[in-house]
Structure formats: C-alpha cells, structure tokens
Design a protein around this ligand. Sequence first.
Ligand SMILES: [Zn+2]
Ligand SMILES: [Zn+2]
Length: 364
Amino acid sequence: MGEPVRAVVVPAPGEPPRVEEITLAPVGPGQVRVRLAAAGVCHSDLSLARGTLRHPTPLVLGHEGAGRVVEVGPAVRGLRDGDHVVFNWAPACGDCWFCGHGEPYLCENAAQGQREPYATLDDGTPLHRGLGVAAFATETVVEERACVPLPPDIPLSEAALLGCAVLTGVGAVLNSARVRAGESVVVIGLGGVGLCAVQGARLAGASPVLAVDPSPAKVELAGRLGADEVLTPGPSLARRVRGLTGGRGADHAIECVGRADTIRAAWSVTRRGGRATVVGLGPTTAEVTFNALEIAFLARTLAGCMYGNTDPAVDVPILLDHYRAGRLDLGALVSRTATLDEVGSAFADMESGTGVRTLLTFPD
Ligand SMILES: [Zn+2]
Ligand SMILES: [Zn+2]
C-alpha cells in the first residue's frame, strides 16, 4: 500500500471541501506517483466543489499543478524517478476519432482518469481524482499521459500554472482564435485565464489589446501583461470598443467568464465578420439569446474552445520558449501563496474577485 497523504476532499457536490488524510492505491501499470510542489486554485475547482461541473464524488480537488515523480509504475516509458512534470487534466488517448483528426483537446477518453477511484479515505471510501489529477494533495497517482515533462531549470512554482490557466488562455488566442498581428482583441474577464489571454494577444502581435473587468485592481497588472486599455463592463461597452477600433468593433473577443451577459458582450464588441471565442465554462442553467436577424446579418462567428484547443505535449514546450525569452510572465499571475489548509480562503478570494491566482505550495 502507498503511504498516507493529505488532500483536499469534496465529500459530495455542494459540501465544503476539507483536508483529509488519504491512502493512495499502489501505482499501477502506466501510472506514476507525483509529489506536488505547487498547485494553482482555478475557478473550475470551485465549480467542481459546488457540483456545477459534474464529476464522480467523493473527489480530491486540484488540476493545475506541478511536481516531481517519486515512483514509476510498470510499462511507464517516458518518465523516470525525479523527473519534473506539469499536469495535463485532459490527456488525449491518441486512438479516438477526435485524436485521429488533430483535435486531441476533444478526446472522447480524456475524462477516463476521473472515473476509476485512485485512493481511499480512512474508512475505506473510494476517492476520485479531480479532473483526473487531484493536485490539492501532498502526493497523487496519475496516468503517465496526464504528465508533461518539464526541464529541471524551470521553477515548479511558476510551471504549475501552465497546466490550466496558461494553456487555456494563451491557447484560446493562438490556437483557437488564431489571432494575427495587427488584429484587435478584446479580452473579457481578467482572472488567471483572462490575463493569459491578454499575454496571448501580445504574443500574437495584436493591436489594440483591450481588456474588460470591473475591478480597478486589475488595471495595472493587465497593462503590464499587454493590455493597451482596460475598460469597465456596462451597456456602453460595445460603443466604447467601436470608438477604439475604427468604428467597426474588434476583430476578436475572448470571453473568459462563462456568464450569459459576458458571452453576449463578447458577441457585441466584435465587428461584422468578427469572431467571439468563449473560454468561460458557465452553468447549464444560463441561456444566451440572439435575435434571428443578427446571426446572418452580422456574419460573426461565435466559437467555443476547450483547453485552449491545445495539445499540452506540443504546446507546453512552446510556452516554455516564450517564458525563457521573457515574453510570458507566469509569476505575475500569482497574487498570493497559501497552504493546503487555506483552500477555503482561496475560494473566498475567487468569489469576491480578489487577486488573480492563489498558488498552493507544498513543503519539500
Ligand atoms: Zn483550471
Ligand atoms: Zn482520444
């Protein structure tokens, strides 16, 4: 049997997460045990805890993390003891129709790691890995394909955010929207993903890069990461954007909130023929409406986007090149660090829109 580890457990959807001692199952074929160094607290963790995102429970939260491999199971080919890794929460199988058609971010089997229990509570209750990862724990056991190897010189505390916020936000701009140099971009919502989308727009050479967020506290940081101007949301937003984009509206909007009104705003700020890319995951109860004329007449595209339409094995090394060259700021996204026991306060910050990312750090 594995050794006991501490983990943030959600007993059932809607129940408050609590730190528990858990026992990991033995490392199986194709699996590795990873000791966490750092894990980002993402909005999807809150959605998992609340049950807005459906998932088998009880589960261990956390899907944006990095650490060191401490045990390798049989038939693991690409990882060794001591390797540094960042997690991929939607690992592609390589065999399904989507994988075969160059869309690994839509892999039919990406959620397989969530279904099989991987650990137990004290009383023997089986536990599921949150999004196949379970990174809010001192250690986890994951499939080898849920790990992207990292060069040893990259600080694990910075690399953790690559696994969700950065792939999702930068990928939305570069891989999904395919923004080109000189195009105008509006990013709606300046959480971790939104600020990564701002950086993605800067990497693409977009101009102007406009950001939208109600919090004045985000203005300075968004400017530092590439926003030319930060606008407050409101009924006049589309008019203000047109005023900054030659009277037309933006070529692109990247929606990073997942609410009906912000999705509608992303649509409204784009020009005729423009494209709104929706990254935010909203609840199934929210409805977005369009009148029957505007869809054809405005000739806009409303597109969804999963995991930034990335293949982490391909895109993480590209992001690391940008990071090394100083074109991608990972540290700026972390507003504070916390311990495993402080997840509750990190959730409270997220709900009140305070800060950007809380990073859980683990003692060596
Ligand atoms: Zn996430
Ligand atoms: Zn697949």
